[in-house]
Ligand binder design. Structure first.
Ligand code: AMP
Ligand code: FE
Ligand code: FE
Ligand code: ZN
Length: 292
């Protein structure tokens, strides 16, 4: 069983359409795929339709932008009902912050002498509800300003670079609670990764677990072997689920091929049990796992 629980499509900043993502997962020999676009469930229907025409098991999820102690934290939310009122309102607020940021970033780039327009960014973002810096990066590539996304982040868009602009993100603890209330299970994405939440220690993770956190993403390209071993030990102590995933973005991120990290079947079973328990407790209608 090959299980990849963190991937992006063009519904956010990946470069494959949701159905292309599903086909790529089948081609990569995966048995289970989670689609986890940033702050939106927009890719779910197309991905579910595509998966139902194959044997691939599809887990609908999202990667939600949150904040904890002043730092950005990505929270994977699996099988939550996206129409849960607080969750829906908060996701809309996060996406609003993404939209509002685009003109500011474009203005900063213009000040640097780069002739980029908001339309250039909209063209690069394929109508996504979750426009992000990668789309600005793609527009800069199209304009010939930089060779690739990475260069755009290194020169202009990354933290501390001249066109970096902050945006709204949900307080982490609130989002952990809302995902549970919406019948889903949450997992901190790349907790010790680049540009993540620093190094949340065992005490912090234990507190998050008390309010509903199900697991942590241990096997991720941002974690070296030592970080993985330490995170796995913390998860074992606390009884948190551990996941592994590629964080695939199509052509948008190098060295993140589908299946480059995977989740153990037992851990997936525990994750799905946690989501089932949350759904039963909340009484909400949550999305189906396709080909479960
Ligand atoms: P945003 O959500 O708009 O703040 O942009 C953050 C996203 O940009 C992350 O989720 C990554 O997918 C992507 N990203 C961050 N750093 C890089 C990089 N150096 N190269 C390519 N993509 C990146
Ligand atoms: Fe991304
Ligand atoms: Fe992330
Ligand atoms: Zn991601």
């Amino acid at each position: 069983m090959r299980i990849d629980l963190h991937t992006h499509s063009r519904a956010s900043d990946g470069t494959d359409s949701p159905s292309e993502l599903v086909r790529a997962a089948v081609d990569a020999g995966l048995d289970v795929l989670a689609i986890t676009d940033h702050d939106t469930a927009d890719g779910w229907d197309e991905a579910a339709q595509a998966a139902s025409e194959t044997g691939l098991t599809l887990v609908p999820g999202m990667e939600v932008s949150t904040r904890h102690r002043g730092r950005g934290v990505h929270l994977l939310a699996f099988l939550a009902d996206p129409s849960h009122p607080e969750l829906a309102a908060e996701l809309a607020r996060v996406r609003g912050g993404r939209e509002a940021r685009v003109p500011t970033i474009v203005g900063r780039l213009n000040d640097l002498g780069i002739a980029i327009t908001e339309d250039d960014v909209r063209r690069a973002s394929h109508g996504t509800a979750a426009s992000g810096r990668p789309h600005v990066a793609d527009a800069l590539v199209t304009l010939g300003v930089v060779p690739d996304r990475t260069a755009a982040f290194d020169r202009y868009l990354g933290w501390g670079r001249p066109a970096h602009v902050d945006r709204y993100a949900t307080p982490l603890e609130d989002m952990v609670r809302w995902v549970s209330e919406a019948g889903g299970a949450s997992v901190v994405a790349h907790p010790w990764g680049r540009g993540g939440m620093g190094r949340p220690d065992e005490e912090t993770l234990a507190h998050l677990q008390e309010i509903g956190l199900t697991g942590i993403e241990v096997d991720h390209q941002d974690h070296d072997q030592r970080a993985r071993a330490e995170l796995r030990a913390i998860a074992r102590n606390l009884g948190l689920v551990t996941t592994g995933a590629s964080d695939y973005h199509g052509d948008g991120k190098l060295d993140h091929d589908l299946g480059c990290n995977t989740t153990e079947p037992d851990e997936l079973a525990r994750l799905l049990e946690a989501a089932d328990a949350a759904a039963a407790a909340s009484g909400r209608v949550t999305p189906d796992v396709v080909n479960r």
